[in-house]
Design a binder for this molecule. Structure first.
Ligand SMILES: [Zn+2]
Length: 329
């Protein structure tokens, strides 16, 4: 898979064609997909994958405060820099998301769905992560009790949060991971009904088990062992500049994920990383872009894409690198 992430409009405006550049897959936000885009992507020989904002609450929770994530003080959690999650157990939000997915699949012949923002409210994409404790809403506390059989003593939401984190932390963290896995299972079920056989992938936090005090599982609720059997492809977001790393980290991360997935039960998902081409922060020049792409498809990876094709289109030197590598591969 030789991919391009984001709408290829800026790329097309340079006069380029997808097949001329060896691009055989395009990943576009579901809201930007229309019949014209789908037809053009197909006519240039590429597959079309829909990026699907899963637990992004912005634009929804303001109008439906019952789905706003609740922190350990019992208050609505503030946005985590530019991201605002949603409460994953709030039934209205969940039904609304699944309806959007069903409509997308009824309308367009996409080749797959890529879950984005598949995690509890937090910010892992910024150099300084924001890792709040959520969600202590009534629906979350009720579900936690129902699923685990744990009775939470009466009290204010803040008191109940304190009790859970102090007395039942292990069960709480495990339950949170199961909630995310359950979302994936339901998305899979919608796909099976509406468009069986297409791929289910996800944009995945690239942190290893020990990074940031175990925050991938602890705060984001991402247990790779639980998720691996449910998805066809994982796309770790290996933005080396944004995360203050070198391009070497990209390859090491692919290696780590590959080892980790191979040691979990069942057939491991494919690995198609997304690497950085963006100019913010720092300048990913053409040489660095070449290195990031090469490291991204190294080891156990069987594909790669970049963030974003729009950024590449602005830089003739990056365009040259892309054309050369993708055609060679
Ligand atoms: Zn909640």
């Amino acid at each position: 898979m030789k991919g391009a992430y984001s709408h290829p409009d800026a790329f097309w405006k340079t006069g380029a064609r997808l097949d001329e550049y060896g691009i055989n897959a395009v990943f576009v936000h579901s809201g930007s997909i229309n019949a014209e885009l789908a037809a053009r992507v197909r006519s240039e020989g590429a597959k079309l994958y829909a990026e699907f904002a899963t637990l992004n609450g912005k634009g929804y929770v303001e109008k439906h405060p019952e789905a706003w994530p609740v922190n350990e003080k019992g208050e609505p959690a503030p946005a985590a820099t530019w991201f605002l999650g949603a409460c994953p157990t709030e039934p209205g939000f969940r039904a609304w998301r699944m309806k959007l997915l069903a409509e997308l699949l009824e309308r367009y012949e996409v080749d797959g769905v890529w879950m984005d923002y598949l995690h509890w409210h937090a910010q892992f994409e910024d150099p300084a992560p924001v890792l709040p404790e959520t969600c202590f809403s009534a629906t979350c506390l009720g579900e936690f009790s129902r699923k685990t059989g744990i009775r939470i003593p009466a009290g204010t939401p803040a008191e109940q949060a304190k009790w859970i984190l102090g007395r039942r932390e292990k069960e709480w963290r495990a339950w949170r991971c199961s909630v995310i896995a359950d979302w994936v299972g339901q998305i899979r079920a919608v796909i099976r009904t509406k468009r069986p056989g297409i791929l289910l992938g996800n944009y995945q936090c690239p942190w290893r088990d020990a990074d940031f005090g175990g925050a991938r599982r602890r705060t984001l609720g991402l247990d790779l062992g639980l998720l691996a059997p449910l998805v066809d492809v994982m796309s770790p977001m290996l933005y080396h500049r944004r995360m203050g790393r070198s391009t070497g980290w990209v390859g090491e991360s692919v290696e780590w994920l590959s080892r980790t997935l191979n040691s979990s039960a069942g057939k491991p998902p494919l690995i198609w990383p997304i690497v950085e081409a963006h100019k913010d922060p720092g300048d990913v020049n053409a040489g660095e872009f070449r290195e990031a792409l090469s490291q991204g498809r190294s080891g156990g990876a069987t594909g790669v894409m970049m963030f974003t094709i729009g950024a590449v289109a602005k830089d003739p030197a990056q365009m040259k690198v892309l054309k050369e590598l993708y055609n060679r591969w």
